[in-house]
Ligand binder design. Structure first.
Ligand code: SF4
Length: 218
């Protein structure tokens, strides 16, 4: 990491986002629903996921999903794309959840992360989404939006491990704060910090390297 002297601490970034957007809503209170949603949301808009899981209603339970034929599950989640792969991952995760539900609390954050990561179809981002939103573990979710925002604000990191360390440095170890942070970055990246950013009225405009460049180019 380099060139950090004049730029913000993670707590300042968080405060700017919280002040600007207000507290976001949390994911479902049901850990199993969050697990399924974390798979469905891969490469698809969140609104498709909400619609699909709302339509599933009582079918969104570990017992139902474990016993339903795979082609029926594929049909249920078809509108979320990549439905064959996602159906297989949801099946495997469901079997894991049924087996381990009673002892999940005993796992350390890192042990639970490794356990979830060992499930086929679950990458780093999905594992961290499940850790934070389903099991309320204080873990940062690093995705392409997070990398892009930090880079535009002027930070230079060589790995996601460095990004996580920076984000956690100035904030309490609190799953809700970490979960909020991810939502804020997602929301901010959809509204303002898009591939082609809309810097006007962005809350970071005065302290963002890319925002300043965009203004001087205009
Ligand atoms: S000023 Fe522009 S580039 Fe910087 S965070 Fe805001 S939208 Fe993104």
């Amino acid at each position: 990491m380099s060139g950090m002297s004049e730029i913000m601490a993670s707590s300042e970034i968080y405060k700017i986002l919280l002040d600007h957007y207000g507290p976001p809503r949390w994911w479902s209170d049901d850990p199993y629903t969050v697990i399924v949603q974390a798979v469905l949301v891969q490469n698809i808009a969140w609104k498709n996921v909400e619609k699909t899981t709302a339509q599933m209603q009582e079918k969104l339970s570990p017992d139902f999903i474990a016993s339903v034929p795979i082609d029926e599950l594929e049909a249920l989640i078809r509108s979320c794309g990549f439905y064959k792969t996602k159906a297989r991952t949801i099946k495997t995760l469901t079997e894991w959840y049924i087996r381990k539900e009673e002892i999940i609390r005993q796992y350390s954050d890192e042990a639970l992360r490794q356990e979830i990561l060992s499930i086929k179809g679950i990458g780093e981002e999905s594992a961290d989404v499940i850790l934070v939103y389903a099991f309320h573990r204080p873990v940062f979710i690093i995705d392409a939006y997070t990398r892009r925002l930090l880079e535009r604000l002027g930070y230079s990191f060589s790995s996601d491990k460095e990004r996580k360390k920076f984000l956690g440095n100035e904030l309490p170890q609190d799953a809700m704060i970490y979960g909020y942070f991810h939502w804020f970055i997602l929301d901010h990246s959809i509204r303002h910090c898009r591939k082609k950013p809309i810097c006007e009225e962005c809350p970071f405009l005065n302290c963002c390297r890319k925002g300043r460049e965009m203004q001087s180019d205009a």
